[in-house]
Every structure is written in structure tokens, then in C-alpha cells.
Design a binder for this molecule. Structure first.
Ligand code: FAD
Length: 275
């Protein structure tokens, strides 16, 4: 099998201790030679400096890195300033998102949807950045309908996205169906599958509720049956997610994007299974 094109996501550490730990994690995962690392960005200002600091460290260590940039809550002026700052640090990739405002955060800013951000980035910076956008094979939780969501995705691509990364999912058919539908619309950009390793049942249930990812019943019941037997959860998770990755790559997925949760073990184990 040809080596798949893969990337790894981090979130910016909140403490000096977290930053130190992430340095070690990044050094270890760097040995797998991912195409790039991406670093998430909190809407409303919570982790924005952390995103840039983390991206700069990754670049300084010799790997490629992409900051996520969410536009909700931002103004044209604030996003322009960030784009200029990213350019001045030699950053060439961006994951462009709408984002979600933290509860209680009032103003929604000057951008409503991610396609407006992609359009703005292209208008301001031309082809400087390679832009990735988000895709939702299981449909974004706020979408009016699957068809509306598909058309929203099309708008982001038409606005100038080079590629997409999906929300994580455990139903491979949802991904293949989504790719087929985008193909019918004439969309040809690579749609990289987002992969969430399974290592912790409670955390997985909480995230999946928030972002609209479906945990198949049999997976949920098996995970629940392991209780706090963390070794069994991890072994079962590796099996389920490893098979998913194999099926996606065999079915033509152009790459995988691992939501590492700033941990090495699960991403490394999955990767070793695939190469
Ligand atoms: P959009 O593409 O704008 O879509 C949002 C919703 O609006 C969808 O339901 C869509 O159907 C609908 N919509 C779009 N256009 C219209 C329109 N014209 N009229 C009506 N409805 C419309 N969040 C963060 O805060 N920080 C991160 O770093 C981050 N990283 C992510 C990385 C990936 C790979 C993914 C998949 C998600 C990430 N998220 C992140 C979460 C993301 O911000 C949320 O899912 C958010 O709710 C939607 O962002 P979007 O860019 O997909 O929005």
C-alpha cells in the first residue's frame, strides 16, 4: 500500500507544564513524519496566542504546521491582523473555520460562516496560504438539512479552499457517501478523513454529543461494558479505529488527520498498524 498522507492535530497547552509535555509529544510524533501538525484555535480569544506560539515552535523544530483560524466573534480588522502575523512568521497553511462561540459570549462578529472567512483570506492574501476547511460526513449539528450542509461545504470550496478535513466519524459509509455526493457537485478537492482514536469512554461520549458524531450502538455498548478497564477500552478502540482507517484508505481516502488529543500512544499505534 502507498504511504498515506497524514496530519496530526494538537490543541494549544494552557500551562507551562502542558507546553513541556507537548514538546515531548511532538518530538515523538514527528518521527512518524506527518505532512504537518495543526493546532486548534479557540473562538472568543481563549487560546489564540497559544495557537501561534505552538505553531511557531513546531516550525522552529523543522516540521510544517497549520494554525486553525475560526472567524466567529472576529472582525475583518482582527482577522486581517492575524493573517499578517501568520504570514510574517512564514506560516503557509491555515485550517479555516467558523468556530463556535463559548456560551455567554455575546457578539458574533463580522463573519457568519466559514465560506466568508475563506473568501476574505483569498482576497487579503491571494494564494499565500493553503486553506483546509471542515467537512461533516454525518452532517453538522446545526445544519438545516443534509443537502443544505452539502451546499454550505460547496460554498467553502468555491470560495477557495484547497482541501477539507472531516469531523471524526465511525461510520465509513457516511464518509464514502459524502465524497460521492461532493463528486456529483463537481468538487474535486481532497477530503481527508478526521480520525479520533478511542481511548476514554466518558470523554468520547461527551465530545461526540457536542459535535454530532455518532458512536455505533455496538461500539458504545462494548465500551460501556469495560467500565474502568482502560487497557481493554484502548485495545478495543485500536481495533475499531484501525479497521476504520484501513477501510477508508482502501476505499480511496486521500489521507487521514489524527485528533491526537496531545497524546502519542493511540496515534502511533494506529499509524504503525497502517504502514
Ligand atoms: P460552517 O462551514 O460555516 O458551517 C456551520 C454551520 O452553518 C453548518 O451547519 C452549515 O450547514 C451552516 N451554514 C453554512 N453556511 C450557511 C448559510 N449561508 N446559511 C445557513 N446555514 C449555513 N472549532 C474551533 O473553535 N476551533 C478549532 O480549532 C476547530 N477546529 C476544527 C477542525 C476540524 C477539522 C473540524 C471538522 C472542526 C473544527 N472545529 C473547531 C469545530 C467547528 O468550528 C465547528 O464544527 C463549527 O460549528 C462549524 O465550523 P465550520 O467551519 O464547519 O462552519
Amino acid at each position: 500500500m502507498e504511504t498515506p498522507n497524514f496530519s496530526i492535530e494538537f490543541y494549544p497547552p494552557k500551562t507551562a507544564e502542558g507546553a513541556e509535555k507537548l514538546r515531548a509529544v511532538r518530538a515523538k510524533l514527528s518521527e512518524l513524519h506527518p505532512k504537518y501538525f495543526s493546532v486548534t484555535f479557540g473562538a472568543g480569544g481563549t487560546t489564540q496566542n497559544g495557537t501561534l506560539d505552538t505553531v511557531r515552535e513546531i516550525l522552529a523544530a523543522g516540521d510544517d504546521a497549520a494554525p486553525h483560524l475560526s472567524c466567529i466573534g472576529g472582525t475583518r480588522e482582527s482577522i486581517r491582523a492575524l493573517l499578517n502575523e501568520y504570514k510574517s512568521h512564514g506560516i503557509k497553511r491555515i485550517v479555516a473555520l467558523r468556530g463556535d462561540l463559548p456560551s455567554g459570549y455575546g457578539a458574533s462578529g463580522e463573519f457568519r460562516y466559514a465560506n466568508e472567512l475563506v473568501e476574505f483570506i483569498r482576497a487579503e492574501t491571494g494564494d499565500w496560504f493553503r486553506i483546509e476547511v471542515a467537512a461533516y460526513p454525518e452532517v453538522h449539528p446545526q445544519a438545516k438539512s443534509p443537502q443544505d450542509d452539502l451546499l454550505a461545504f460547496e460554498r467553502k470550496v468555491k470560495a477557495g479552499a484547497d482541501a477539507a478535513i472531516t469531523q471524526y466519524f465511525y461510520n465509513a459509509d457516511a464518509y464514502f457517501q459524502f465524497v460521492e455526493q461532493t463528486g456529483k457537485l463537481g468538487i474535486t478537492v481532497p477530503i481527508v478523513a478526521g480520525i479520533m482514536p478511542i481511548t476514554n469512554y466518558t470523554q468520547l461520549m461527551r465530545f461526540s454529543d457536542m459535535c454530532g458524531a455518532e458512536i455505533p450502538r455496538w461500539v458504545r455498548l462494548k465500551l460501556a461494558s469495560y467500565g474502568d478497564d482502560s487497557a481493554s477500552i484502548k485495545a478495543f478502540g485500536l481495533d475499531v479505529v484501525g479497521s476504520l482507517c484501513e477501510r477508508l484508505l482502501a476505499g480511496g481516502a486521500p489521507g487521514l488527520h489524527f485528533y491526537s488529543m496531545n497524546q502519542t500512544a493511540a496515534t502511533t499505534a494506529l499509524w504503525q498498524r497502517l504502514v
